[in-house]
Design a protein around this ligand. Structure first.
Ligand code: ADP
Ligand code: MG
Length: 202
């Protein structure tokens, strides 16, 4: 599913990744563990096509990310991959309800409005948030925000889900529930899962 060969990446003055190789199989749950500052988010930004390494190779499925046009990368992001970002503000729009947040990525597809409504309600139910679907993110708990973020990430039925510290701001019990949810998504939809974290317990 993911094949990374010998990539390096530097911000202006800071070397963030050096000669990294990684292979993740389809349907696998892969946990990538490293302390803060070790380059985990940088790696996910590369897998999302936001940054490009200076050398090496990055393929996801059949796609060679480093050879793709900007438009193809955009399509890849919209259709193939789901993201749960470390900065929770990047996952949900604050002025939209849970249901509207889930509906938003579907608006970029050719799905008919009635079908979209069914799909977004189904996703909200899948993550156990039906009773919160009319709430904006500031009116729900941290765990519920992560559930909503997972529903948004799953909207386009991605074959790959990238999760950056998905339990970083949650207590142990809630973190366990979120991991259970991710596990059941992997089982039910065969979604390949890459979870990066600094927490060995995860
Ligand atoms: P992690 O997610 O594992 O905490 P990051 O990928 O965020 O690590 O960061 C890797 C290294 O790159 C760190 O030393 C960090 O300070 C640096 N870094 C991250 N983002 C930037 C940026 N936009 N500009 C400069 N340096 C950055
Ligand atoms: Mg990070």
């Amino acid at each position: 599913m993911i094949n990374i060969e010998n990539i390096s990446f530097s911000y202006k003055t800071k070397k963030a990744l050096q000669d990294i190789s990684l292979e993740i199989k389809k349907g696998e749950i892969f946990g990538l563990l490293g302390p803060n500052g070790s380059g985990k988010t940088t790696l996910l930004n590369i897998l999302a096509g936001y940054d490009s390494p200076s050398a090496g190779k990055v393929t996801v499925g059949e796609r060679d990310l480093l050879a793709m046009s900007g438009r193809d990368v955009e399509m890849y992001r919209r259709r193939e991959v789901g993201f749960i970002w470390q900065q929770t503000a990047r996952n949900l729009l604050p002025y939209l309800t849970v249901l509207e947040n889930v509906d938003l990525p579907l608006m970029l597809t050719s799905m008919a409005p009635s079908e979209r409504k069914d799909r977004s309600e189904e996703l909200v139910e899948l993550v156990g948030l039906t009773h919160r679907s009319g709430h904006t993110p500031d009116r729900i708990s941290g765990g519920e925000q992560q559930r909503a973020a997972i529903a948004v990430a799953l909207a386009n039925s991605p074959s790959l889900l990238l999760a950056d510290e998905p339990t970083g701001e949650l207590d142990d019990t809630t973190a366990g529930e979120i991991l259970d949810l991710l596990g059941s998504i992997n089982t039910e939809f065969d979604t390949t899962l890459l979870i990066v974290t600094h927490d060995p317990d995860i």
